[in-house]
Design a protein around this ligand. Sequence first.
Ligand code: IMP
Length: 181
Amino acid sequence: MNNDILKTLYSKKDIEVACKRLANEITEYYQGKESPLVVGVLKGAVIFMTDVIRQVDAYVDMDFIDVSSYHGTTKSSGKVDLVTDINSDPKGRDILIMEDIVDTGRTLKFLIENLTKRGAKSVKVCTLLDKPEGRVVDTHSDFTGFQVPNEFVVGYGLDYEEKYRNLPYIGVLKPEIYQNN
Ligand code: IMP
C-alpha cells in the first residue's frame, strides 16, 4: 500500500499535533454552552473524529451522517446524496460537523443547509483538511487542521475507491493509480 504513495504531506506526528490543537480550540469554544452534537461525516472523518474528541474536555454527543458525491472516483459528481441520516433530532442543538476534507464545498454546504433547515441552533465545522483551490460553492470551516494543495490525497480516513483509509499519514497518490479512471 505504501508503494502507491508519491509523497507524504502530513506525517503521523504532524496529524497528532493538529488534532491536539483542534481539540483545544473546540474545548474552549464550547465552554459554558450546552453539550454539542458532534456529527461525523462517514466514512472519511471517523479516524480524525475519534482522535480529536477524545481530547475535547466538554460533554459531547456523537452521531454520524453518510453522504456521497464522489462515487469512487477522484472528481466530485456535483450532486450530493444523503445516504444515511443522523439518529438524533438536530432541532435546537449546537452541532459540530466533523469532515475529513472540504474540496468543492458542496458536501459541507448541503450538510449545513440540511441541518439548519431542520432547526439546529448552530452549525459549526471542523475539518482536518481544507483544499481552497477546489472550492466551487461558498462555504467555510471554523476549525481547520491543514490547508492542502489541489491534489488528490489519501490516508488517515481519506480513500480512493475505499482503499488507503488505514494509512497512518496523509499522502498524495501516484497519478498512475487513478489515471485510467
Ligand atoms: P466536496 O463536496 O467536494 O467538498 O468534497 C467533500 C468530500 O469529497 C470529502 O468528504 C471526501 O470524502 C471527498 N474528497 C475530496 N477531496 C478528496 C481527496 O483529495 N481525497 C479523498 N477524498 C476527497
